[in-house]
Design a protein around this ligand. Structure first.
Ligand code: FES
Length: 268
């Protein structure tokens, strides 16, 4: 059987396309540099990650930290190794996990392969190489760990939901916690919505809930779960971007409130 060659102009970046095909990869590079750049900077700060009952998602779970949000204590335990040239920051302990989940996500892979190393450049646009190696050797074979990163991402949703719940309880003048809502509560709550919509639309999650091995289950409950996940999956790329932007914005919101630059308005 002979194949039909694609109408692709030879040579790097050559194409007969007339649309702005470069706009999407360029926008993606900008998004990644801004969001990952900001979150990396925030993770190294090690401070201003809480404001009262609000905790930045970049620092949650707060395993050790000088805050009432901490799980195990205020100071880093002596048994936990830490390079002396980096100031301790609890965010650095946890961010690699959601970071790995995103880096191995099918949507992100498709986007950063195009945007950062032009493989492929874009549909019907000449590539800088003629061979295709796939993801069957190191380091790209590690992309197959995405399905396991999903399990950790699901745990993060539970933790972030708990943070959003705690963001509804404000300390009153009587020293007791009272139910309420501030703009920050809504910011933290939408963060859970965005990350859940992104995670539950994951291809690996859809495979997990949809059935058995490579066939769809005949059971109504799993069929329903598969359909719901498929519904979110249609917007998977958009939720990937929205949730990334919102994590950064939520950290910024909490940080600016903590610094006294931004006022958190109480709704009730
Ligand atoms: Fe994107 Fe799994 S495919 S999160």
């Amino acid at each position: 059987m002979t194949g039909t060659p694609l109408p692709m102009a030879p040579g790097f970046g050559q194409t007969s396309r007339r649309d702005a095909w470069w706009l999407e990869p360029l926008s993606f590079i900008t998004l990644i540099v801004v969001c990952f750049g900001y979150l990396t900077w925030a993770a190294f700060q090690g401070n201003h990650y809480e404001f009262g009952n609000y905790l930045s998602p970049a620092y949650s779970p707060l395993l050790w930290g000088d805050s009432h949000h901490n799980w195990f204590g205020t100071a880093r335990p002596a048994w936990l190794p830490w390079p002396s040239f980096i100031p301790f920051s609890p965010a650095l302990l946890i961010l690699p996990f959601p970071g790995f989940f995103r880096v191995t996500c099918y949507y992100y892979r498709g986007s950063y392969y195009k945007a950062f190393w032009a493989d492929p450049m874009n549909c019907a646009v000449g590539e800088p190489r003629t061979s295709y190696l796939g993801e069957n050797s190191l380091p790209l074979i590690l992309q197959n760990l995405h399905r396991y990163a999903l399990y950790i991402a699901l745990v993060f949703i539970v933790i972030l939901s708990w943070d959003a719940w705690k963001a509804m309880w404000f300390m009153g003048p009587d020293g007791a916690e009272h139910f309420g809502m501030g703009v920050g509560t809504l910011v933290l709550a939408f963060n859970v919505v965005a990350i859940s919509s992104y995670t539950f639309g994951c291809h690996a999650f859809r495979h997990l809930v949809g059935g058995f091995r490579n066939t769809l289950s005949g059971r109504k409950a799993t069929k329903l779960a598969y359909d719901c996940s498929s519904c979110l999956n249609r917007w998977h790329g958009k939720w990937a971007i929205i949730s990334l932007l919102w994590v950064g914005f939520t950290d910024l919101y909490v940080r600016l409130c903590s610094l006294g630059i931004w006022t958190d308005f109480r709704l009730f």
